[in-house]
Design a protein. Structure first.
Lengths: 346, 531
């Protein structure tokens, strides 16, 4: 998920996670009863839900809360003492933690494979364009050229094991991949605790494994980007996952209209200008949530057709696109293997 | 602000340390269920039972609507084709061609506007609109046009046979051209019309408020009960999923002892304050004023009184009959309170000083001492603040809107341990229900989570949006075919009308009004003397 433009400084409260028993599924093959628990709370400026099936009750709230806390201390750009903030400020003697290194490594990998459509160095560009600014106001090509000097895959080097910037002005922002990564990290923790039926969701990024309490694959709704809340369901379609992750990136309410077509505010890090494509939202299913999160963002930059091309180099990844057409219409496109995830019971 | 945050962090860290110590003593089971099942703590099958007992599932409480056996074609009549009558008749399958045009146009502009498709998909109830009656010629013409629109077409579509227009309701009822009648006139005509229909063996759907006076209420109830007709009071809120779910929550005793219920009306626009539009072609030539005023009410012709009738006691009962009734019915559906043992009320015309008689700010307190609770109704027509309905129990409160939320009380006895242990946070609902959500485990979205407010007009059956007015009319028609009384029958209507009229009486005379359940009579209390 990418956060465009100026981000409001969100002070979020570390609510102690709320836990509830939500039901039990029928005994599984081995005859064991599994109880399902749901954990809910707030993190990274949004809400999260974790549904876990456990034979024996384990109170993991404290542990999960700690993981979230540690990740913030590593990756949160809103925490001035976090690793990433200090990295951006070029503090000497910074020792990066494993979260930071992990995410950086994955980011660079995806930056390369998407040819820069996904780019963690693009923050200065996004800040420049701002939130809801008129596009015509920002045609200062010189300014953009100057910013582009610090944007791109060549600006970060991890080859020596220690992250290095090509120059002090380079700023990184991991918001477009951090939530997905956090979902994966929590999931790994659950599996280490022998929990193999779970759904982890943070701010709309989801990873699901095993079965839900009705002994079925997990049912996930894909949000409809265009319909506002006026009496409508807001769900475009539903999918079923077991052993995959899903992430959605979108322009939902922020767009401008030119020649009757809606354009989003996704900035293309390669050109420095808003990506001129008709994609309103991209939903990516991938084996892990870090990849899904980053790729969803990349798709918004590339647009529908180029995304299809790009996704060929990611086996096991499927995507669902909602594009705007003329006269307020929307069109839906899917990659060839997406349909196997559709919930046909609807 | 920074300091507070720091303090919170410090407090939080300390809390975490304390909790680590407390963790060891937590029961192995999901703690949330623990308190609720204390009475069964020695039961060996505890675990299984907890799940079942707690199972406040997010599944919709409404079953799939089975399609009705067609039966014979039912002949419907409509008396009163104003704003509400329009909607009711449309729900029965007869829309004005212009209305269909508008929906088709909306769909062309935005293919995602599903209202046209939804209307076209509404089940055919196998009824025909054979008779219409309205004292205003323009409206009567509209009703006739709708009656002919049997294929749900726009203005360029193929029409069927038109109904017959009757000048007076007596003529319509005695015409022998209807099996059932929908009454959507101003309140003062509800009772005479419904009584006449019942006596003629014609089934009745009448809009709330069922009657204008207490006397009418007794008379109507008696006649309807003896007539054997199928009677439905117009309260589409009955069909809302949220209320059915709320009942489930109450039945499971999650709130603890309930002692206060707060229901409200908040509106802040002229239309909401009954300043309805006066039609440009309305005049003494196009309105039969004598038929409108009914027997015994001779007044000079007034367009204001005709269109804005809710503002005068001659035709309605203001907030009491118009809006308290909706709230009362909703709560009655969930809690089965019945008629209050006593009522006081007060208010005044504080904002809409347009010559109206009925108050625009009004509060009524309904007492139920034998249930140890009070229902408080608070209304203003000059503030749009969102207050919603709340059922307050000692252990938790239930907020009823289109979504339901149950919040544990910070001082709850039942949930005390869980709150202290941090398992329940009183700021976060312990249960939420969002109707319309097709059964899902999660939603992938790029937007922040939010609870969408949905309009009062729709509910959801298994995720599909359905018009509640349609459901209510359908329930009535189904009742006519099966002989089974629908949900808002004469007994419900009686309780509600009596309650509303007690409140009106309390207000107008400045007294406490009592209900003698044994004698089934309203008793006026004495005004309190000032010594």
């Amino acid at each position: 998920m990418v956060l465009q433009g100026k981000m409001k400084f969100i002070r979020y409260f570390i609510f102690f996670p709320l836990l509830a028993l939500i039901g039990s599924c029928l005994p599984d093959k081995s005859g064991k009863n599994i109880d399902y628990f749901e954990l809910a709370g707030y993190t990274q400026g949004t809400s999260y839900h974790i549904i876990m099936g456990m034979e024996k009750f384990l109170d993991l709230r404290l542990a999960i809360d700690s993981i979230l806390h540690e990740i913030d201390q590593s990756l949160s750009v809103y925490d001035s003492l976090s690793v990433i903030s200090r990295f951006n400020r070029n503090e000497p003697g910074l020792v990066p933690d494993r979260f930071f290194l992990d995410v950086l490594e994955k980011s660079l990998e995806i930056m390369k494979k998407t040819d820069g459509a996904f780019d963690i160095t693009a923050a200065p560009l996004i800040n420049f364009w701002g939130f809801g600014t008129q596009i015509s106001e920002r045609k200062d090509t010189t300014k953009i050229k100057n910013i582009l000097k610090y944007v791109g895959i060549s600006k970060i080097d991890l080859s020596g094991g220690v992250p290095l910037k090509s120059s002090d002005e380079v700023i990184i922002n991991l918001n477009a991949i951090a939530q997905g990564y956090t979902v994966d990290e929590i999931s790994r923790f659950l599996e280490k605790n022998d929990i193999h039926n779970y759904l982890v969701e943070i701010g709309g990024e989801v990873r699901a494994k095993g079965k839900n309490r009705d002994s079925e694959k997990w049912i996930i709704g894909i949000d409809n980007p265009v319909r506002e809340s006026g009496g409508d369901n807001n769900i475009e379609t539903t999918i079923r996952l077991s052993g995959q992750s899903v992430s959605t990136s979108g322009n939902y309410r922020k767009f401008y209209v030119e020649n009757g077509i809606r354009y989003g505010h996704t900035i293309d890090p390669r050109t420095g200008y808003p990506a001129r494509n008709s994609l309103l939202s991209a939903t990516v299913i991938a084996p892990d949530c870090t990849t899904a999160d980053a790729l969803a963002t990349a798709c918004m930059v590339l647009g529908y057709e180029k995304s299809l091309e790009m996704l060929k180099s990611f086996p096991g990844v499927e995507a669902f696109f909602i594009c705007s057409g003329e006269n307020n219409t929307t069109q839906v496109f899917r990659t060839s293997g997406f349909d196997k995830y559709l919930d046909l019971a609807e | 602000m920074e300091e507070n945050q720091e303090n919170n962090q410090k407090k939080f860290s300390r809390k975490r340390r304390d909790l680590l110590k407390a963790m060891a003593s937590l029961p192995v089971l999901g703690a949330f269920a623990y308190g609720l099942t204390s009475k069964r703590s020695h039961d060996n099958s505890l675990k299984q039972n907890i799940s079942e007992e707690l199972k406040l599932s997010s599944a919709s409480p409404v079953k799939e609507i089975k399609s009705m056996p067609k039966g014979e074609k039912l002949r419907l009549g409509i008396i009163g084709y104003g704003g509400r009558g329009n909607h009711l008749v449309r729900s029965a399958g007869f829309a004005s061609p212009e209305w269909i045009d508008r929906l088709m146009e909306a769909k062309n502009l935005d293919p995602k506007d599903t209202r046209y498709d939804e209307y076209m998909e509404l089940e055919d109830l196998n009824v025909e609109l054979t008779a219409v009656c309205d004292v205003f010629d323009i409206r009567a013409a509209g009703a006739l046009a709708a009656s002919a629109n049997i294929h749900r077409q726009g203005t360029s579509g193929k029409m069927g046979k038109e109904a017959i227009r009757y000048k007076s309701y007596q003529e319509l009822i005695n015409s022998k051209t209807v099996d059932a009648v929908i009454i959507a006139t101003p309140d003062h005509l509800h009772a005479p019309m419904a009584i006449a229909a019942a006596k003629a063996g014609i089934h009745v759907y009448v809009e709330k408020c069922m009657t204008r006076t207490l006397e009418e209420t007794y008379e109507l109830a008696e006649i309807v009960k003896n007539s054997g007709i199928i009677f439905q009071l117009g309260h589409q809120g009955r069909q809302t999923e949220s209320y059915l779910k709320a009942k489930e929550i109450i039945d499971k005793d999650i709130l603890g002892k309930i002692s206060l219920i707060e229901v409200c009306t908040n509106r802040n626009d002229p239309n909401g304050a009954w300043q309805y539009e006066i039609h440009k072609d309305a005049s003494q030539q196009t309105i039969d004023w004598d038929l409108f005023t009914g027997d015994g009410l001779k007044r000079p012709f007034s367009l204001e009184r005709f269109f804005r009738w809710r503002c005068w006691w001659d035709y309605g009962t203001g907030l009491s009959g118009d809006l308290l009734t909706h709230e009362y019915d909703a709560i009655n559906q969930v809690l089965q309170l019945g008629i209050p043992e006593s009522v006081v009320a007060s208010g005044g015309v504080y904002f809409y000083k347009d010559g109206r008689e009925v108050p625009d700010v009004w509060q009524a307190v309904l007492e139920y001492p034998s249930r140890d609770l009070t229902m408080l109704y608070s209304a203003t027509l000059s503030s749009n603040r969102n207050r919603g309905k709340v059922i307050m129990g000692h252990d938790a409160s239930l907020e009823i809107g289109e979504n339901l939320n149950v919040f544990a009380d910070t001082e709850s006895t039942r949930y005390k341990e869980k709150i202290q242990a941090g398992i329940i946070d009183p700021r976060i609902p312990i249960f939420s229900y969002i109707p319309g959500r097709k059964k899902m485990d999660a939603v992938t979205t790029a937007t922040e989570a939010y609870f969408a407010g949905r309009g009062l007009l729709y509910t959801y059956i298994n995720g599909k949006r359905v018009d509640t007015t349609f459901l209510h009319i359908r329930e009535w028609i189904e009742g006519i075919r099966s002989g089974k009384q629908p949900s808002c029958d004469i007994e419900q209507g009686f309780q509600e009308a009596v309650t509303a009229h007690m409140a009106t009486l309390a207000y107008r005379e400045g007294i406490r009004v009592y209900w003698d359940a044994a004698k089934k009579a309203v008793v006026k209390g004495e005004p309190v003397p000032v010594s």
